[in-house]
Design a protein around this ligand. Structure first.
Ligand code: PEP
Length: 255
């Protein structure tokens, strides 16, 4: 089965208005030009997930381009007394199509558990957003030979039941590879992605259709090799998504 690749930029807590708008504009210009040159639209889906403060201005900036907008987190409830939080419905209202949930930085910084991540993914779905559910082992877990056990537990606990394959994206992000310049070997990535798909089949009908992204120090120099691995259906890109030329080189590597 062919799954359309998704290249997603996670800007994390980076970007004031002027810089964020400039970066979005640079990505949008490339996307419009590439899609015109191809005649039949872009060869893959391209998504940017800026900080929440930039969602509304970016939605406007990206109008007319094929670049999609997403957020980095949402609350599990649609509204209410949750100071400082943002609901999935609000993200949808701001023009988002996707939301990252359960990123390892949120699991670590905010003590997010699998159950919390699952509730957020359910809220995203209810609001009409596609959750990008992040899973991945720490270095200690990898060294202890527990990668598949950890990832399997996260899939079992974080993925809601009954989602259609197009309503769900998984991102495998080894914690030790995020922002470090280190990556697993393509064989290791293939093993984990195959295992994720197998575990997904227990939770989701037509798991073959679910996109599984790789994330963790993906750069222009390694993107082609990583994106060619079986069951790798795109990338979740942190640092390299903050430089338009690097991000676009990764988009091009997804051809
Ligand atoms: C991320 O945090 O989602 C990520 C993949 O970061 P980086 O690309 O910088 O490793």
């Amino acid at each position: 089965m062919t799954r359309r690749k998704l290249i997603a930029g996670n800007w994390k807590m980076n970007g004031l208005k002027e810089d964020g708008l400039r970066l979005a504009r640079e990505v949008a210009h490339r996307a419009v030009a590439a899609s015109r040159a191809a005649g039949a639209g872009l060869h893959c889906d391209v998504l940017v997930c800026p900080p929440a403060t930039l969602l509304f201005p970016l939605a406007e900036e990206l109008t007319g381009s094929p670049v999609l907008l997403g957020a980095q987190d949402c609350h599990a409830k649609p509204k209410g007394a949750h100071t400082g939080d943002i609901s999935a419905l609000m993200l949808r209202d701001a023009g988002c199509r996707f939301v990252i949930v359960g990123h390892s930085e949120r699991r670590a910084d905010h003590g997010e558990t699998d159950a919390m991540v699952r509730a957020k993914a359910e809220a995203a779905r209810a609001a009409g957003l596609v959750p990008i559910i992040c899973v991945g082992e720490t270095e200690a877990e990898r060294d202890a030979g527990k990668t598949l056990e950890v990832v399997g537990r996260q899939i079992a606990g974080s993925v809601p039941d009954g989602l259609a394959p197009e309503s769900l994206v998984i991102a495998y992000e080894p914690v030790w590879a995020i922002g470090t310049g280190r990556t697993p070997t393509p064989d290791d990535v293939a093993d984990v992605h195959a295992y994720i798909r197998k575990r997904l089949a227990e939770r989701v009908a037509a798991a073959e259709g679910v996109r599984i992204l790789y994330g963790g120090s993906m750069k222009p120099g390694n993107a082609k090799e990583l994106l060619a691995v079986e069951n790798v259906d795109g990338g979740l890109i942190g640092g390299a998504s903050l430089v338009a030329t690097d991000f676009w080189a990764i988009v091009e590597a997804a051809q």
